[in-house]
Write a new protein. Structure first.
Length: 197
């Protein structure tokens, strides 16, 4: 029943948007009573959070392909898998994704520290798979930079309806490959001057 309710909630939220998203309509679309819905979800914020958690799980699945398995072998192949996976996850229902990003109140979002830790760990695995050194602090920071860059580009493209653009994909692959190939070696990194404003 929970899956039926969530599937109905996805359809209603994607069609109606956050303002017109109601538990009554979700229950009607799911074919259950509102009382049954409330046995599992306290309110529409709880429903939106469950939808968001499903999406985050899909994001982690896409990231697991890119840095941890025995395949693909080359940097270019790993990056293409990463970008293909992340774009695919965000393309499944781009209208819904835009609503989750822009309309659902931030206050409804539960503490996602477990997701964030795993998300960063998987991006760090991408960094480590191409790293010239084993500097944990630098690899951790590089993982956060890479995650923010990919997420920023993909979310902006989702908002503007450009996720299916082959040019966007090519440019993002070039960005990530360039970043991974040009990370400094440990010896060079230790001599880089800090910039001050």
């Amino acid at each position: 029943m929970v899956d039926t309710i969530i599937d109905a909630a996805i359809r209603v939220l994607a069609t109606r948007g956050w303002v017109d998203f109601t538990t009554n309509e979700v229950a009607a679309v799911a074919g259950v009573s509102v009382g049954s819905l409330y046995q599992y979800f306290a309110d529409k914020l709880a429903l939106a959070e469950m939808i968001r958690q499903r999406h985050l799980g899909s994001v982690l699945d896409a990231l697991s392909i890119a840095g941890e398995g025995s395949e693909p072998e080359t940097l270019d192949e790993r990056v293409v898998c990463l970008i293909d996976g992340v774009i695919a996850v965000h393309s499944v229902n781009h209208v819904l994704h835009r609503i989750l990003l822009d309309e659902v109140p931030l206050a409804s979002r539960s503490n996602s520290s477990d997701f964030e830790r795993e998300y960063q760990r998987r991006y760090r695995a991408v960094i480590e798979s191409s790293s010239k050194t084993r500097d944990k602090a630098r690899d951790d920071m590089a993982g956060r930079v890479l995650a923010a860059a990919v997420e920023g580009v993909v979310h902006a493209a989702a908002r503007s309806g450009e996720l299916d653009s082959p040019i966007l994909k090519e440019e993002l692959i070039k960005l990530v490959c360039g970043y991974l190939r040009n990370r400094p070696s440990e010896k060079f990194a230790s001599k880089m001057p800090l910039q001050s404003n």
